[in-house]
Design a protein around this ligand. Structure first.
Ligand code: NAI
Length: 367
């Protein structure tokens, strides 16, 4: 058997990042479907992972990213798709979980043609998977996908109807979660509370605005210096380096950039009381959730608090969207945070393990 260059590189360089199976994640039931879609003419190489359709069609965004090797892309798609099942279940949405990863071509490519080919791949699943924007993709890409399939959401409307970038709603959900967590865990309002914010992108910026308005003090870091300067100028934030943001003394740490930031390396250095942010897959491993709890840090699971975006695109897709209706639904995340805190009091579980069990118990068709 001849290994592809990608696979042999993966085996040599990073065996720990290899998926243990093509079908799913370690110690978990298999995903329902995983489609590898390639299109020679456009350079498309995409992985469409349908984790579960038990609650309805699998709904989750499309990531466009450069991975060190194809299998890292597969691993990311599998993890993100499972995360969407849990997120959609806890958010009470009539959707299952899925995610797509497009491997960014190394050389030059025609972006429009590539996303058109991706749209055809989605359509071939006959509605089992519905896509939307995610890291590396834009609403313009989603418009291109829409020309090929109706199984896509998060598209701005020219007629003034509801649709488009879900990031502000994601930020709102994270904000109400932080507010509830601070009240329950620290017994105070956000006024004067220090929040360390990693990442001032689409979600992080809107979150920073909400926090500032509520009287929080902001400590921020981003690889994009311009965004940091804007936060300093407009929101009175204190800027720190990207290497030190996670270890800042604060009441709340809000990771809004990358996954796996809560790990064996970072957790011992944390100087926060609460972690709550938008980034997907913040815990590198399940054991890292235990390590946070052992340090007395309250972790509000990412897929519980960052569901505002999927609530938005789900309503848009069902034709039931309006800013007021989406806001009202997103604000219900606050109640679910409080419910989680009640549940962990009763069970003695860590928040991460309790949320996981709670979400998995809901991977059934809603009545
Ligand atoms: P974005 O790409 O707009 O923003 C990410 C920001 O993080 C950028 O400003 C980037 O410069 C910064 N960044 C990258 N590496 C960094 C580092 N090492 N240190 C500090 N900053 C760094 O992405 P967006 O949409 O704001 O999403 C943020 C996170 O939230 C992602 O993990 C995404 O998967 C997750 N998420 C986003 C949703 C949405 O509605 N946009 C919904 C649910 C989850």
């Amino acid at each position: 058997m001849t290994l592809s260059a990608d696979l042999s590189r993966a085996l040599q360089d990073a065996p720990e990042t290899l998926p243990h199976s093509l079908f799913g994640l370690p110690d978990q039931p298999s995903h329902e479907r995983v489609l590898l879609a390639a299109d020679e003419a456009t350079g498309l190489k995409a992985i469409l992972a349908v984790h579960s359709t038990a609650r309805g069609p699998a709904f989750g965004g499309c990531r466009f990213w450069s991975y060190p090797h194809e299998l890292a892309g597969l691993q990311d798609a599998l993890r993100l798709a499972q995360g969407m099942s849990l997120k959609n279940a806890l958010a009470n949405l009539p959707f299952g979980g899925g995610k797509a990863v497009i491997l960014k071509p190394a050389g030059t490519f025609d972006r429009e043609a590539l996303f058109a080919a991706f749209g055809r791949a989605i359509d071939s699943l006959g509605g089992a998977y519905i896509t939307a924007e995610d890291v590396g993709t834009t609403t313009a890409d989603m418009r291109v996908v829409r020309r090929q399939t109706r199984h896509v959401s998060g598209i701005p409307r020219d007629d003034g109807g509801f649709g488009g970038d879900p990031s502000p709603m994601t930020a709102l959900g994270v904000f109400v979660s932080i507010e509830a967590g601070v009240k329950a865990h620290l017994g105070r309002s956000l006024d004067g509370v220090t929040v360390a914010l990693q990442g001032l992108g689409a979600v992080g910026w809107h979150l920073a605005e909400h926090l500032r308005q509520a009287g929080a003090k902001l400590v921020v870091a981003d690889v994009n210096a311009e965004r940091v300067q804007r936060a300093v100028d407009q929101l009175g934030a204190k800027a720190v380096s990207v290497d030190t943001i996670l270890a800042q003394p604060c009441e709340v740490l809000a990771p809004c950039a990358l996954g796996a930031v809560l790990n064996a390396g970072s957790i011992p250095a944390l100087q926060t009381k609460i972690v709550a942010g938008a980034a997907n897959n913040q815990l590198a491993t399940a054991a890292d959730g235990d390590a946070l709890a052992a340090r007395g840090i309250l972790y509000l699971p990412d897929y519980l608090v960052n569901a505002g975006g999927i609530v938005s695109v789900a309503r848009e897709h069902r034709g039931e969207g309006s800013v007021a209706a989406v806001k009202a639904e997103v604000e219900q995340i606050r109640d679910r945070v409080l419910e989680l805190l009640e549940r962990i009091k009763a069970s003695g579980n860590t928040p991460a393990r309790e949320a996981d069990a709670w979400a998995r118990s809901r991977l059934v068709r809603p009545v």
